[in-house]
Design a binder for this molecule. Structure first.
Ligand code: SAH
Ligand code: SF4
Length: 357
């Protein structure tokens, strides 16, 4: 028989109050529960010591605190890790944990597959199956904190510091679930990630960009990849629906954007396609007036990919031109390529994303 208990992870504060009201408990109890879930990371009702034994028993009958199941866990030689997660319905997605010396970012997936078909992206070759739910999105964050053993809040700084919505899928096509999960991630009394340590990346779902700023308030990254509509139509097909001028207008108006809080423009470096000095100058002209920085991403290969990565000299030249134009433009160091965990390499159809161990 299916488990009829309600998973508490991913319920908003109001929904938790409601769930407790249904078993005759007062709102302040829901507040305590919130802290057990998101400050202590507790999954076992018996260890929630502020609740009486009868209440713990009742909670065990009605509720559950789940984590997504880790189907496989791969470690890269550079220290990054990729988890293949399996959800309740058997569908799967990947999350990637990327530590460096002092901090670590978690790359979170928002959809199983992707509706879009950006030409350079492995996920884009995977059929769209479904949106990832708010508890499943949040579950990825909870798992990473479990893995770092960073419950409850330690006095010293945590390693797991940043969240990037840059895994599989287009987060702004799954806005409600993403917003619900990120609100919990950002809640001061719980996981307490600061807004500047949470970045959402979009391929350019223009009508949702303002809502992202207003309702979530996290940092925004935009997958630009081309400076003309002609090229972007081909590389990032969503451009045919919302062309560059509309995208730039939405970026200019992004709530909360200013010089200390810039929009990141991601730009994948494709040899002979979008990497000329003229492309770099066009790019700088395009974003003029927007508080912006660039992230130049060396193209990561996947089986059958129709592109090659630009040469190191070309990338350096490109970055130098953007710097001359006044923009920060680091070339991102690829991470986790050996386990197919780098940007754009994720895919969970028929073993495609997990190379043989
Ligand atoms: N769907 C969202 C979130 C994915 S983020 C988006 O497209 O923005 C992943 C980032 O990696 C995006 O900027 C994406 O364009 C980029 N990317 C995709 N395939 C890549 C590849 N093969 N090599 C390098 N970057 C890639
Ligand atoms: Fe989807 Fe982003 Fe990949 Fe494009 S780059 S196919 S939007 S995941």
């Amino acid at each position: 028989m299916a488990d009829a208990r309600i998973d508490l992870i991913g319920l908003s504060r109001e929904e938790l109050v409601q769930a407790f009201a249904e078993i005759g408990e007062k709102p302040f109890r829901a507040k305590q529960l919130w802290r057990w879930l998101y400050v202590s990371g507790e999954t076992d009702f018996e260890r929630m010591s502020s609740f009486s034994r009868p209440l713990q028993k009742l909670m065990e009958e009605r509720f559950v605190v789940r984590r997504p199941k880790v189907e496989r866990d791969l470690a890269s030689e550079d220290g990054s890790r990729k988890w293949l997660l399996q959800f309740e319905d058997g569908r799967s997605a990947e999350m990637v944990f990327i530590p460096d010396d002092e901090r670590a970012a978690l790359c979170v997936s928002s959809q199983v597959g992707c509706m879009l078909t950006c030409q350079f992206c492995h996920t884009g070759t995977q059929k769209f199956e479904r949106n990832i739910t708010a508890p499943e999105i949040l579950g990825q964050v909870m798992l990473a904190r479990d893995a770092c053993d960073e419950w409850p809040k330690p006095t010293e700084r945590r390693l797991f510091s940043n969240i990037v919505m840059m895994g599989q899928g287009e987060p702004l096509f799954n806005f409600d679930n993403v917003a619900k999960a990120l609100k919990i991630v950002l809640d001061n009394e719980g996981l307490a990630f600061s807004r500047r340590r949470v970045t959402l990346s979009t391929s350019g779902v223009v009508p949702m960009i303002a809502r992202c700023g207003d309702e979530i308030g996290c940092d925004l990254a935009v997958s630009l990849h081309a400076a003309t509509d002609e090229l972007r139509d081909r590389l990032v097909p969503i451009n045919r629906r919302w062309p560059i001028a509309e995208l730039m207008r939405a970026c200019r108006a992004y709530p909360g954007v200013h010089n200390a809080r810039r929009i990141t423009f991601e730009y994948v470096m494709l040899k002979g396609v979008n990497d000329s000095p003229a492309d770099a100058r066009r790019l700088a002209a395009l974003v003029r007036g927007i508080p912006a920085k660039f992230n130049l991403i060396p193209f990561n290969k996947w089986p059958g990919a129709p592109f090659e990565c630009s040469t190191p000299q070309t990338m350096t030249r490109f970055a130098d031109i953007l710097a001359e134009e006044g923009y920060t433009a680091p070339i991102r160091t690829p991470r986790g390529r050996d386990i197919m965990a780098a940007c754009g390499q994720l895919k969970t159809a028929a073993g495609a994303g997990f190379p043989a161990a």
